[in-house]
Design a protein around this ligand. Structure first.
Ligand SMILES: Nc1ncnc2c1ncn2[C@@H]1O[C@H](COP(=O)(O)OP(=O)(O)OP(=O)(O)O)[C@@H](O)[C@H]1O
Ligand SMILES: [Mg+2]
Length: 261
């Protein structure tokens, strides 16, 4: 029997991945992945290029359907949800895409207001106010009327985050939020991820190649390797791991078992 809270409701983790399998043709990408993310946790997924990190995130968003296994969002299995159910599921989740994926023909303010126009009944005045508030939260002022082509890569990432939080999601998913940014901007994005966790109490999964960022923001780190979990634990334990594969990846060394296995 599942654990109950004070009101007798079952305690369910925000995200649970259960025996997830995914192949493309003869290429097996995820081989029976299972883990749970705790409420309010910042859960970081690291791993080499092509190891299935984005595929995993797309399954959690149900933008892709696994061959086998299940993903539970707040206790609800999502693999067989109907289209209209998927729609309400995704309202609970914000996704920050690797390429900010902004609408080039819309102003920054309209980019953030877009989801509010689509999904809420707020008046025009209210929704613009709301969108401005989100832009302020990510530290962007004075860019409301600019277009994506007129702002820097780092600012675009911030707009991507402002848009992802517009609908006050309970879950935030980030795919490589700091890739391609200079170290100062990367740190600013890391701080923003931490601020989202404290200010909005969201549960987050962050995919990154950036070890410095992973160590700074993670409550726990999952290292994905050859379709399975090679390591799952705290950043401190990650640094102390004596698994040669984990240690090579963490130190970014060219010599070691990765590439020869
Ligand atoms: N829609 C698809 N069709 C066919 N193969 C795919 C598809 N999506 C991903 N793959 C393959 O699955 C593997 C894992 O891809 P994925 O994008 O998850 O890697 P990743 O870990 O996110 O890598 P990176 O760090 O470079 O972003 C790759 O070999 C990729 O070519
Ligand atoms: Mg990827």
């Amino acid at each position: 029997m599942s654990e109950m809270d004070k009101k007798g409701r079952p305690v369910t983790s925000p995200i649970k991945v259960d025996d997830l399998w995914k192949s493309f043709g003869s290429q097996s990408v995820l081989k029976g992945l299972s883990f749970e993310v705790n409420s309010g946790e910042t859960f970081v997924v690291i791993g080499g290029s092509g190891q299935g990190k984005s595929v995993l995130l797309k399954n959690i968003m149900r933008l892709m359907k696994a061959d086998r296994g299940e993903v539970y969002i707040q206790g609800t299995p999502i693999m067989d949800l109907a289209q209209n159910e998927l729609y309400s599921l995704r309202r609970k989740m914000g996704m920050v895409f690797q390429e900010a994926a902004l609408f080039d023909s819309m102003s920054i303010l309209d980019n953030v207001a877009f989801a509010l126009r689509m999904h809420t009944k707020l008046s025009e005045k209210e929704l613009l106010l709301h969108a401005r508030e989100k832009l302020e939260m990510v530290g962007l002022r004075g860019v409301d009327q600019k277009f994506p082509s007129e702002i820097s890569g780092g600012m675009k990432k911030r707009v991507g985050i402002a848009r992802a939080i517009a609908l006050a999601p309970e879950i935030l998913l980030y795919d490589e939020p700091t890739t391609g940014l200079d170290p100062v901007l990367s740190s600013a994005i890391d701080e923003l991820i931490l601020k989202m966790q404290t200010d909005l109490s969201v549960t987050s999964i962050v995919i990154t190649h950036d070890m410095k960022s992973a160590l700074k923001i993670a409550d726990r780190v999952l290292f994905l390797f050859q379709g399975g979990i090679r390591f799952l634990g705290t950043p401190q334990d990650l640094l102390q791991s004596d698994d040669p594969v984990v240690s090579q990846f963490v130190k970014g060394e060219t010599q070691g078992p990765i590439g020869t296995l």
